[in-house]
Design a protein around this ligand. Structure first.
Ligand SMILES: [Zn+2]
Length: 334
């Protein structure tokens, strides 16, 4: 184990660009945020495309007030990113195709820039400073507007052949009864267990069972997943069933990963996972019945995420690791 006192404190500017909001903060080599998070809506043009130059201007404004010596900029992006070059072949949420965003930020700021997809950054934060520190085989899973994650195998982040590993939410579950998914396939797991999936199931009940609490909630506005959580909390049996079904399918999906990869841990985060205090624990209790081996049933740990902003924190970790200031094999003890 590394001696925490031997680690020199260095700093990186972490940037997390999501589908609607972008966030920035300075993070040190101990995974501690040393400035408050600054947030801003993602600037978009009239066609809804996120504006790379305006985002870079905003990053420049963050840099202009920083009083720390920076080792570089870590960029967490919602979309597919070539982490070697910072090139973004596709981001559905930002409406980007073929945007060399990492290079653009590097040339505008003259700083080293490490860019990667947000789920990779989040897994990296958990492996470096979070609940998965010291764990060699784990999956990071996020349940929110989507369902997916990233893999950490044999002590390393696992990117796959094209860099797309971890898209387990896009395994097909029910092609016959499922709806179209954002990935252009029908009936993906994500369409059932994500926030929009839960809201869709709630809307279906609201339209068909008038006595349901969900039916009253849907009178004046579109159904959201939090309406289903509220109704379940108030004892509505249909809403409870919707959440139980989503949790069961999530458990089946995650157990499948463990059966294939023989994982030691699953870390679960995201807005749906934190919408009720027991959500992750309930999924955890459902998983063993779908596991194949007694060893997995005995040893698998299912944990809640350690950070509310893991992809932001992980973006800084990427800078420190790629610059040789931190090693995933000598992760810091906080
Ligand atoms: Zn899909």
């Amino acid at each position: 184990m590394s001696n925490p006192n031997s680690l020199k404190k260095s700093y990186a500017l972490a940037i997390d660009i999501g589908g609607t909001k972008m966030a920035a903060a300075i993070v040190d080599t101990f995974g501690q945020q040393v400035t408050e998070t600054t947030t801003e809506s993602v600037p978009r043009d009239s066609n809804g495309m996120a504006h790379p130059e305006a985002i870079i201007q905003w990053i420049g404004a963050q840099l202009s007030v920083i009083e720390y010596p920076l080792e570089g900029i870590g960029l967490s992006l919602c979309g597919n990113v070539d982490e070697d070059t910072g090139f973004v072949p596709l981001s559905a949420n930002l409406h980007w195709r073929q945007v060399p965003f990492g290079q653009m930020v590097a040339s505008a700021t003259s700083l080293p820039v490490m860019a990667a997809t947000d789920v990779r950054m989040a897994a990296l934060a958990e492996a470096t400073w979070g609940v998965a520190r010291g764990v060699d085989f784990f999956a990071w899973a996020t349940i929110g507007t989507g369902f997916g994650g990233y893999l950490f195998l044999d002590g390393k982040l696992y990117r796959g052949f094209h860099g797309y590993a971890g898209n387990f939410g896009h395994n097909t579950w029910d092609e016959v009864n499922g709806v179209m998914c954002g990935c252009s396939k029908k009936g993906c797991v994500e369409t059932f267990v994500s926030g929009p999936g839960i809201a869709r199931a709630g809307q279906k009940i609201a339209s068909s069972i008038e006595s349901s609490l969900l039916s009253q909630q849907a009178k004046n506005k579109p159904m959201e997943s939090r309406d289903v959580f509220m109704a379940a909390n108030a004892g509505d049996s249909e809403a409870k069933t919707i959440l139980e079904n989503a949790q069961r399918l999530t458990a089946i999906s995650l157990a499948g990963l463990v059966n294939i990869l023989d994982l030691e841990m699953i870390v679960i985060g995201g807005g749906v996972a934190s919408a009720s205090p027991d959500y992750v624990e309930q999924i955890s209790q459902l998983i063993p019945q779908y596991l194949m081996t007694e060893e997995a049933k005995r040893d698998l740990r299912v944990e809640k995420e350690s950070f509310s902003n893991a992809s932001l924190i992980g973006a800084a970790g990427d800078v420190f690791i790629k610059r040789g200031l931190l090693s995933l094999h000598e992760r810091t003890q906080i």
